[in-house]
Design a protein around this ligand. Structure first.
Ligand SMILES: *[C@@H]1O[C@H](CO)[C@@H](O)[C@H](O)[C@H]1NC(C)=O
Ligand SMILES: *[C@@H]1O[C@H](CO)[C@@H](O)[C@H](O)[C@H]1NC(C)=O
Ligand SMILES: *[C@@H]1O[C@H](CO)[C@@H](O)[C@H](O)[C@H]1NC(C)=O
Length: 427
């Protein structure tokens, strides 16, 4: 009796979800969160021959493939009415507690490895048969989950999901909302979802210390963010994080003395995790980083400072960010293709490289308030998912986006890096 009950329980909570290699199969589904207001968006691959088309899409609180329980259906959609394979729902995702004990303030719950679902599932059907089903999930340990597949890989040959202006997630007032913020989740939450590249811009305000900036606008103090990174590295020691100090916009003369102070603080707060920098030829595989228990790569975008600090062996040379300065999606796509084609595979002082996959608002749009970053991000994110899933993912290294929950780059990266053989078990 007891045994039967437990077997049943296990069947209900341990299941796998089926995703085809590289996720680009007709009818495959994924959930995103709107950059504009945190409502759930449902997405499915609609480009397929007619008879293969899914005939129903269902959003539910529980897995439609799970047995013996009410899946708590939230929404049923006829895909033929949405030829783009996209619909923004009226279901608010907001900023919920992170599952699996991964909430930042959850000091009691143990942080269980592996992906963990929010209570939102999307499924596509054909003649009442499930084609694909997936939940919206955090991926706090995706490198560790797939350690056998990734151990012998070089980090610069992986597709790494990143955020642009990673610290720009707070702020007040409409102007900041529209033009300053690039993210709506804090650093901890970004890492727990699976982001592995952080792009920081640093400002110095005298006795008030160092801040995260967007150009000249200061957003928040930087040291509390280091604490979020530190806490994550302790909880997930096999996840490789690239922390890129990419700009030093304030004061405009960011002197050597200020750099020295900053480097000292970084070393104090994060030095224990920092991997020794390697220049030139790639030599470090993931298992080597893991052996040395160093999973943080700190890149510093100021060559003279890096060169002047020979004893700070943890400072990596500047990481190259590729910017399109594109005002339209076709321009951005052309730019990404061009970068991938022309980059070449020459040894570089820093082996990592980042595609900055966002549109730049035109000054005139800022002036008239006809565009804002959330709206731009929403439009861009849908395309980014397709481009990297279907075309560029295998040839790219870091892809940094705005409002990353609006695209599927984390899942695409895991799938591509594991060549479709990822651990798909969700607990
Ligand atoms: C959908 O059902 C039709 C008819 O049963 C079948 O021919 C087709 O292969 C199915 N499509 C998918 C994607 O399973
Ligand atoms: C790895 O490094 C961290 C940070 O210094 C330390 O807290 C942890 O105990 C180390 N783990 C192992 C297995 O050595
Ligand atoms: C490197 O040298 C500088 C200047 O002598 C010193 O302040 C700093 O603590 C040293 N760093 C390390 C990691 O030893």
């Amino acid at each position: 009796m007891t045994r039967a009950c437990c077997v049943l329980l296990i069947l209900q909570i341990t299941f796998t979800y089926y995703v085809d290699a590289y996720n680009n199969k007709c009818g495959n589904v994924h959930l995103t969160v709107s950059a504009r207001d945190s409502y759930l968006e449902i997405n499915w691959i609609a480009e397929c021959p007619k008879p293969l088309h899914p005939d129903e899409i269902i959003l539910s609180r529980k897995n439609m493939a799970g047995r013996d329980e009410d899946p708590e259906i939230l929404l049923r959609v006829k895909p033929s009415e949405y030829p783009d394979g996209y619909l923004k729902t009226k279901v608010k995702f907001g900023h919920p507690f992170l599952p699996g004990g991964w909430d930042y303030n959850d000091e009691v719950g143990s942080k269980a490895p592996g992906p963990h679902c929010f209570p939102y599932w999307l499924a596509s059907f054909n003649n009442s048969h499930i084609i694909d089903t997936r939940c919206l999930a955090i991926q706090p340990t995706w490198m560790a989950d797939n350690k056998d597949l990734l151990a012998d890989r070089y980090l610069d040959t992986l597709l790494l999901p990143g955020t642009h202006n990673s610290g720009a997630f707070l702020g007040e007032g409409t102007f900041q909302e529209q033009f300053i913020l690039n993210q709506d989740r804090d650093i901890w939450t970004q890492l727990v979802f699976g982001i592995r590249y952080l792009d920081f811009r640093i400002g110095f305000y005298g006795s008030q210390g160092f801040f995260l900036n967007h150009d000249k606008f200061r957003i928040q103090e930087v040291r509390p963010l280091f604490q979020q990174i530190k806490k994550f590295l302790l909880a997930s020691p096999k996840e490789m994080i690239i922390l890129d100090f990419h700009r030093f916009p304030y004061p405009s003369k960011f002197s050597e003395d200020i750099h020295n102070q900053f480097v000292k603080i970084v070393h104090e707060d994060l030095g224990e995790f920092a991997a020794t920098a390697l220049s030139g030829i790639r030599t470090t595989k993931l298992h080597e980083f893991w052996t040395f228990n160093k999973s943080l790569i700190i890149c510093y975008n100021n060559q003279p400072i890096v060169e002047s600090k020979k004893n700070e062996t943890w400072l990596w040379h500047p990481l190259r960010q590729y910017w399109g300065d594109a005002r339209s999606l076709p321009d951005l796509k052309r730019h990404i293709r061009k970068v991938i084609d022309e980059r070449g595979d020459l040894p570089k002082a820093n082996p990592f490289w980042a595609l900055m996959a966002e549109l730049t608002p035109r000054p005139i749009d800022i002036f008239f308030g006809t565009y804002n970053l959330r709206k731009l991000a929403q439009e861009t994110n849908k395309e980014i998912t397709k481009w990297f899933r279907d075309e560029y993912g295998k040839e790219s290294n870091i892809v940094a986006t705005d409002y990353f929950l609006g695209n599927d780059i984390i899942d695409i990266a895991i799938d591509i890096n594991t060549r479709g053989n990822r651990d798909k078990t969700i607990l």
